[in-house]
Write a protein that binds this ligand. Structure first.
Ligand SMILES: Cc1cc2nc3c(=O)[nH]c(=O)nc-3n(C[C@H](O)[C@H](O)[C@H](O)COP(=O)(O)OP(=O)(O)OC[C@H]3O[C@@H](n4cnc5c(N)ncnc54)[C@H](O)[C@@H]3O)c2cc1C
Length: 416
């Protein structure tokens, strides 16, 4: 009988399997893909923003649902422990803007290969191409896990017995990487409550989205999120227009609250301030002065706006901006300070960086990652009701909860 069975070879599952084996447990790792870390390969645009170097107090501010739940796991295996661990397996790191930590190679493959080597070195038994269906508890308090092995499209049902199980199956985002919510069904089968899931860090699609905006990047702009008439969030930085809509760092930051509001039937809009450093009156004065020099007036603005607007925005957005707001010259300052988009929808799980919601934290012991319902059952990573902003927070959550679940499971297995 195996001590620890880990389901899912993503960031949380790989780390869990490694740490359980390092703690002396016998370990089986089951993964439905043909290799580990398919999602890790995509992270940080292929560069893997593996953690963030901020101290706990600042780190916690980038987590959603209940940051305090994560404190024990973070202190047990912190961001600096992540850096030390990866150095110990041959991955040197660098810290970039906003305390983001990347492998020195700036390649996710370095991280995935190092994890794969470590798993092999420790003798972790891996089953690839195997999809777990059901986990059951036996009368003697152990577990049987049923899975289907896909061997060149020949499907074989299999079963393994273990003293403990760590569910590290991820959420629902980017299902092409393997995470399709299977862990939620396992959690439910053991009586766990699920907090409603929704895509976060995803593009917000404006109503009547002008596709000419696609590909434009705005730097040093601000965006405000409105739910109904109330402004609920303000962000400053970089915004991108993609095929899905408003994206990039600012769009992602706004998306969590925006998506949740839309799910609840609220009307959502985003107002972009193209000149956040200049108060509206000062901007109006500047516009009046430059319009005077250029002989631009309210009367001729509809004919010569193209040349004039280029002074205030990148060429790529001039036409969509004018078509969207139809500003008069005298109303231009207000339009530049508040370019309003009604949001009609969002791109969703297929391209959301993370899943918000998941297995309720109230039923998980934060000091061990064990289920309060079932002794020997553990959860780690995105399957839990916790999500972070962009910047390395999600991978650190996966790594730290994976380590804590592994150490706790190995201890439990040794005692039982
Ligand atoms: C495009 C993109 C970029 C990102 N960039 C960053 C970044 O730079 N920094 C950061 O911190 N976070 C980033 N994230 C978020 C981060 O990657 C995830 O939060 C994190 O990888 C979650 O790890 P996990 O192990 O919990 O889940 P996953 O990585 O989703 O792993 C779950 C694994 O379980 C397997 N599995 C699922 N069901 C079964 C089953 N029934 N049987 C067997 N196996 C199963 C899946 O195939 C998968 O391999 C990014 C996410 C995306 C999509």
């Amino acid at each position: 009988m195996t001590d620890v069975l880990v389901i899912g070879a993503g960031a949380a599952g790989c780390m869990a399997a490694i740490k359980a084996a390092e703690a002396g447990a016998s370990v089986i790792l089951i993964e439905k893909n043909t290799r580990i870390g398919r999602k890790i390969m995509l992270t940080g645009k292929g560069r893997c923003n593996m953690t963030n170097a901020k101290p706990w107090s600042q780190f916690a501010a980038h987590l959603h649902s209940k940051p305090a739940f994560f404190k024990s796991a973070f202190y047990n295996f912190s961001n600096s422990a992540t850096v030390d661990f990866f150095r110990s397996i041959g991955v040197e790191t660098v810290v970039t803007r906003d305390d983001r930590v990347f492998p020195q190679t700036m390649s996710s493959a370095t991280v995935v290969d190092a994890l794969a080597d470590r798993l092999a070195h420790l003798g972790v038994k891996t089953f690839f191409g195997c999809t777990v269906g059901e986990v059951a508890r036996t009368p003697d308090g152990c577990f049987t896990t049923a899975f289907i092995e896909n061997n060149h499209n020949f499907f074989h049902p299999k079963m393994v017995a273990s003293k403990t199980v760590i569910v590290a199956t991820g959420g629902l985002s980017y299902p092409t990487t393997g995470s399709d919510g299977a862990g939620y069904a396992i959690a439910r089968s053991f009586g766990h409550t699920l907090q409603p899931t929704f895509p976060s860090l995803t593009a917000l699609t404006p109503a009547g989205y002008d596709m000419r905006l696609q590909g434009a990047t705005l730097i040093n702009v601000a965006a405000s999120l409105f739910v109904g008439q109330d402004m609920v969030q303000y962000e400053f930085g970089e915004l991108q227009f993609t095929d899905g809509g408003i994206e990039g760092p600012i769009g992602f930051k706004l998306s969590r609250k925006a998506v949740w509001a839309m799910i609840n039937g609220d009307k959502v809009s985003v107002a972009i301030d193209l000149k956040p450093a200049v108060p509206v009156d000062a901007l109006a004065d500047r516009i009046a002065k430059e319009a005077g020099q250029e002989k631009v007036t309210d009367a001729n603005f509809s004919r010569c706006y193209g040349r004039f607007l280029r002074r205030f925005m990148p060429q790529a957005i001039v036409e969509p901006f004018y078509a969207g707001c139809r500003p008069s010259l005298s109303g231009l300052a207000s339009a530049l300070k508040s370019w309003r988009f009604q949001i009609a929808g969002y791109v969703g799980y297929k391209r959301a960086v993370v899943t918000a919601g998941g297995v309720s934290l109230d039923e998980i012991v934060s000091k061990t990652m064990s289920s309060r319902n079932v002794p020997g059952l553990y959860f780690a990573g995105e399957v839990l009701d916790m999500d972070g902003d962009t910047g390395g927070y999600n991978l650190q959550f996966a790594f730290s909860t994976g380590v804590l679940a592994a150490e706790s499971a190995a201890k439990y297995a040794a005692e039982h």
